[in-house]
Each structure stands twice: as C-alpha cells, then as structure tokens.
Design a protein. Sequence first.
Length: 117
Amino acid sequence: MRCSAEGCPMDWDIESSRLCSKHHWASDTRDWPEITRVLKEKLADSAIARDRRESEPKKPYPSFEERKRILAKAMTALSAPRDMKGWAKRLKARHKSGDRLTPFQTEAYKKALGEPL
Ligand SMILES: [Zn+2]
C-alpha cells in the first residue's frame, strides 16, 4: 500500500499514519514535497543502476592460470612486512600539518609511537 503523502512512490510502513517512515518522521509537512522529490530521484537512480548492472556483460570465470596468478599476488601481499604503526604515523603527519584531531586520536597516536602525552 502506498504512502498517503501525495505522489510518494514508497509503501507506507508506519501503520498509525499510513506514511512511509520518511514522511512520517518529517518535522514539518511543508517538507513533504521535497521529501517526495528526493525519494523519486533515489528510486530512479537505483533503477538506472540496476539497468546498467544487468546490461553489463558478465565477466568470464578466470582460467586456472589466471586464478593461480591472482592467488600468488595475494599471498605476496599478505606475507610482505607491514608497518603496524602506519596509522599512527599518518595521524601524526595530519596533526603536524595542521589538521584538527580529536583528543582521543592525538592520545592514541602518541601512545602508539611512544611519545609523551
Ligand atoms: Zn512517503
């Protein structure tokens, strides 16, 4: 059953008002036409996306050689030494360049890098 807001493409999901949740929870009924417009747009976008997906040719399943190559590449990436504190260094660099970090972020990177708080 359709939402009772004019032109709304959604089914209602709030029994008391017979509105979709977007219209039901809008703070002002004057916002309804805009909400309807956005809902229609989203629906159209997802229909377009679905059409595109369906019209794309399916990729053939990779050959045995291709699968072996992909797996070898993944194994190499997994066994490479990793910088476990990369995230902390990146946060520190952001902090030094003037980015605003939360106190929690600042404390976390300093602790990880063994710097005084
Ligand atoms: Zn609605």
